[in-house]
Design a protein around this ligand. Structure first.
Ligand SMILES: CC(=O)N[C@H]1[C@@H](OP(=O)(O)OP(=O)(O)OC[C@H]2O[C@@H](n3ccc(=O)[nH]c3=O)[C@H](O)[C@@H]2O)O[C@H](CO)[C@@H](O)[C@@H]1O
Ligand SMILES: C=C(OP(=O)(O)O)C(=O)O
Length: 429
């Protein structure tokens, strides 16, 4: 086990390259199950979730070759092997194995997924969609059993706008008989990315990126090559870091339109934000204005950026309000920020930040992926050294974090935990 150490107060300057999107990658890899021949995925981020999913594909008989940022997946010998637990629990996105295996084999047994603990993460809308397509589903001993004689297209209205359910239903429906219509679908860019891969494989999907998706089932899907879109959440995190301590940072290899809600909020705070074709330039100011944010489905403010943005708000002079309407318990980072001297109160689904006083370096623990990112932002701003444990969470989602930050001039390094620290880590996790 490792910890990250950051000596705060060093301004960031230069250019950072953004990797491929985690939240696309984790759906694209299971999607390859649906093909009958080799699928090659380029621009993969170097994060642990990718390795875990590749291992899961091997558990069901697939062959995978990961070299640099390219994963080659051979699905020819895959079969409907049950994967009730083990690696499935390491990440939330293992639930995409349900849709993909149901679509391909008409059956699957998958353990309940893991992922960041953000409060309840229900999958009732995924199940509702699978059932509408004709699957019988039961939950036995912590695993979901899915089985269908035949999958038949259906009209499915999502009661809650869900990225996971939208993608999972697409995966199950691409080989179903007839037409499936997903109404009240989520519109996140990662959904378009998954639809693009499936279309290259031979699927017939219209409307991805709007709230009505139409899928005409096909009998066969083939191998193809696909390059993942840039990670708007990784990009947003570096934009926030640059807004906190940036003398002039270019966040490169991004789709600026995907980051408009964040860019607008940063401008409201008086941060310099200049969007290019595929990059965004950010420059901080000595004092920033407070703003309120409310997380919403895309194109609203992303819940995944709420935690790092809250750290930035401790720098703005005055009161800001942060409301998370997607995951109302996504506030585990707040106690840690308080340890660093932040003045923040949580009331229900809202955090009230009283910003303007300097943060102090401290020993803190990342309880989940974006909580980890928020502590890195805080560490860059703080006086003295911040020690962050729970780094395995951060490694699920940020490729080469230390290298990228060092390239911008940050003082950040990694150390192995001592035995005592490991024991303490196990006690508190
Ligand atoms: C809409 C949204 O912002 N989605 C984010 C969510 O996706 P993720 O796929 O985890 O979550 P969903 O988009 O599926 O869920 C959105 C909301 O719907 C609820 N829900 C979801 C499925 C279901 O069957 N029943 C149900 O009630 C969830 O509890 C949540 O409140 O977290 C990901 C990881 O942090 C982000 O990358 C996504 O952008
Ligand atoms: C919470 C996240 O990931 P996951 O859903 O994979 O846990 C995230 O990407 O912020």
């Amino acid at each position: 086990m490792d910890k990250l150490l950051i000596e705060g107060g060093h301004p960031l300057e230069g250019t950072v390259q953004i990797s491929g999107a985690k939240n696309s990658a984790v759906a694209l890899i299971p999607a390859a199950i649906l093909a009958d021949s080799t699928v090659t995925i380029d621009n993969l981020p170097d994060i642990s979730d990718v390795g875990t999913l590749a291992d899961l594909l091997e558990e069901i008989g697939g062959k995978t070759e990961l070299e640099d940022d390219t994963l080659v997946i051979h699905p020819e010998n895959m079969f409907a092997m049950p994967i009730p637990n083990g690696k499935v629990k390491k990440l939330r996105a293992s639930y995409y194995m349900m849709g993909a295996m149901l679509g391909k084999f008409k059956k699957a047994v998958i353990g309940l997924p893991g992922g960041c603990n953000l409060g309840p993460r229900p999958i009732d809308q995924h199940i509702k969609g699978f059932e509408a397509l004709g699957a019988k589903i039961s939950n036995e001993h912590g695993a979901i059993y899915l089985q269908a004689d035949e999958l038949i297209g259906a009209r499915i209205y999502l009661d809650v706008i869900s990225v996971g359910a939208t993608i999972n239903i697409m995966l199950a429906a691409v080989k179903a008989k007839g037409q499936t219509i997903i109404e009240n679908a989520a519109k996140e860019p990662e959904i378009i990315d998954v639809a693009t891969l499936l279309t290259s494989m031979g699927a017939n999907i219209k409307g991805a990126g709007t709230n009505v998706i139409r899928i005409d089932g096909v009998d066969e899907l083939f191998g193809c090559r696909h390059s993942i879109i840039p990670d708007r959440i990784e990009a947003g995190t570096y934009m926030i870091m640059a807004a906190a301590v940036g003398k002039g940072v270019t966040v490169d290899n991004v789709i600026p339109m995907h980051l408009e809600s964040l860019s607008s909020k940063l401008r409201e705070m008086d941060v310099v934000v200049e969007a290019g074709d595929d990059s965004i330039y950010i420059e901080s100011k000595p004092t920033l204005d407070p703003v309120d944010i409310k997380t919403l489905v895309y194109p609203g403010f992303a819940t995944d950026l709420q935690q790092p943005f809250t750290s930035l708000l401790t720098k703005s002079v005055g009161a800001s309000m942060v409301t998370d309407t997607i995951y109302n318990a996504r506030f585990k980072h707040i106690d840690e920020l308080r340890r660093m001297g932040a003045s923040i109160k949580v009331e229900g689904r809202t955090a009230l930040v009283n910003g303007g006083s300097a943060l102090q370096g401290a020993k803190v623990r990342a309880s989940d992926l974006r909580a980890g990112a928020s502590l890195v932002v805080a560490g860059l701003m703080a006086d003295g050294i911040t020690e962050i444990t729970g780094v395995d969470h951060i490694d699920r989602g940020y490729a080469s974090l230390e290298e990228k930050l060092k390239g911008l001039g940050a003082k950040i390094w990694r150390e192995t935990l001592t035995e005592e620290e490991v024991e303490e880590e196990i006690r508190s996790s």
